[in-house]
Design a protein around this ligand. Structure first.
Ligand SMILES: [Zn+2]
Ligand SMILES: [Zn+2]
Length: 352
């Protein structure tokens, strides 16, 4: 990734210019930079064919301060200097999905940092004031992560509901998504949460976040399934796979009990080969879940404002260190989320 210098954009129509103070580094940014997703035996999904045009500024977990706005936003309740969380999953604004604030399901979506310039930058241009959320009282570095990892797992959790608080829920992956899933499940009153990861340090973070059980995935499907069954008192009804790689989806499917539901949210890539008779035999449900809508992000922020969501660990870094930070993320070295602190208003970045 290279540094670009551009004139600061001038907002028109209903646009709002925001000076970025915090910008989360998400695993899917690695896919944007690599330009593709792994489709297993079907090859790869080329993001250039899906509308990704270079040069592009990545970054979709953005908090910043309002700088200025276009004339058509004059009637909105905007104040220069106010801190806002940016909803990045911008839709066309006109289709039934967008009108229902389910922009993540819009067929003409233009997500920030994927189809338009994002938050690895000093400024972002937001297309409408309604995409700015008040996060008064929240740690802005943690709130930034709600725009992707928070709302993504919230959407996944909703697909498992209704569940009783004492029902077992397995969360695969204890990165930014997984830790926010544990935080949200705790906020929603769930206490029986089993985290699965291949790294012990990430499992320690999961326990600190509020997981009640942890399982170290060992690369072998059968023995990982046996460990999950042992930790959870048998096969399970509810699993969220925040990694969604060939290996995790395989053991997740095998760990499902009859009538179980597996929600696939990660974009790690690969494929799942299913013995077809097992789908009816297990009466299994496999469901994908892609980020979340504006209404869902508002719900996540409301839960956090009520003090119900324990903060996930955040490591600050500087904008100039982003390539090294991405390397650490690729190498699985990051606990929680790495969040860039940008401009004069953030906390001074820790020396690396
Ligand atoms: Zn739309
Ligand atoms: Zn993301």
């Amino acid at each position: 990734m290279e540094k670009l210098s551009r004139p600061t954009p001038v907002p028109v129509k209903r646009e709002v210019l925001v000076a970025v103070t915090h910008s989360g580094i998400c695993h899917s940014d690695l896919h944007v930079i690599e330009g593709s997703y792994d489709l297993g035996s079907r090859g790869s999904l080329d993001l250039a064919k899906r509308g990704l045009k270079l040069p592009l500024i990545p970054g979709h977990e953005v908090v910043g301060k309002i700088v200025s706005w276009g004339p058509e936003a004059d009637s909105e309740d905007l104040t220069v200097g106010d801190t806002r969380l940016v909803f990045p999953w911008i839709g066309c604004g006109e289709c039934p999905r967008c009108r229902a604030d389910e922009q993540n399901l819009c067929l003409s979506t233009r997500p920030m940092g994927l189809a338009s310039d994002g938050g690895y930058s000093t400024h972002v241009l937001v297309s409408d004031p309604k995409y700015l959320l008040d996060i008064d009282g929240l740690d802005p570095a943690v709130a930034a992560t709600y725009a992707c990892s928070g709302v993504t797992v919230f959407g996944a959790i909703r697909k498992l509901m209704p569940l009783d608080p004492e029902d077992v829920i397995v969360v695969i992956g204890a990165g930014g998504l997984g830790l926010n899933a544990i935080s949200l499940l705790r906020a929603l009153g769930h206490e029986w949460i089993c985290a699965v990861d291949s790294g012990q340090a990430k499992l320690d973070a999961a326990l600190a976040q509020g997981a009640s059980r942890v399982v170290l995935a060992d690369g072998n499907c059968a023995s990982t399934v046996a460990k999950i069954s042992e930790a959870c008192g048998g096969r399970v009804l509810s699993i969220i796979d925040t990694v969604n790689a060939s290996a995790t989806a395989e053991f997740a499917f095998d760990a499902l009990s009859k009538g179980g539901k597996l929600i696939l949210v990660g974009l790690f890539g690969g494929e799942l080969k299913l013995p077809l008779p097992l789908m009816p035999a297990k009466a299994a449900t496999l469901q994908g879940s892609y980020v979340g809508g504006l209404a869902e992000l508002r719900e996540v922020v409301a839960l956090a404002k009520r003090g119900l969501m324990p903060n996930i660990p955040v490591t600050p870094c500087a904008l100039d260190d982003v390539n090294q930070a991405l390397g650490d993320l690729r190498g699985g070295k990051v606990i929680g989320r790495m969040v860039m602190v940008i401009g004069d208003d953030g906390v001074a970045p820790r020396p690396r």
